[in-house]
Design a protein around this ligand. Structure first.
Ligand code: SF4
Length: 100
């Protein structure tokens, strides 16, 4: 299975953050403020199109194709290695610490 297929196809992807590992540096928010936000607890959370932070553990939101590269870059740069991008269809991680 090609791990790059997620970026090259229009396959729907979603992203979630493991807050247990988040350092709160905010790099993800700089890359993709459309889906990431720091809450007052100093940790990053994902948010959906309605701008509501999803704070339940493991909550995932869709990755809009228009910002896919920003989200992928976030996952690569995340010092906590806690940003996970996976296919919606089979939940296989395509970018993040569990990809490859
Ligand atoms: S880049 Fe990673 S460690 Fe930094 S705030 Fe975002 S999720 Fe947390």
């Amino acid at each position: 299975m090609s791990v790059t297929s997620g970026a090259e196809s229009a396959e729907p992807l979603e992203v979630w953050i493991d807050q247990d590992l988040c350092t709160g540096d905010g790099i993800c928010v700089q890359y993709a403020p459309e889906v990431f936000e720091l809450d007052i607890d100093g940790l990053a959370y994902v948010k959906d199109g309605d701008d509501e932070l999803r704070q339940e553990p493991g909550a995932a939101v869709p990755v809009p194709l228009t910002i896919l590269q920003d989200v992928v870059d976030s996952a690569k740069e995340c010092p906590g290695e806690c940003i996970h991008v996976r296919r919606v269809s089979d939940r296989v991680e395509v970018f993040g610490p569990e990809a490859d």
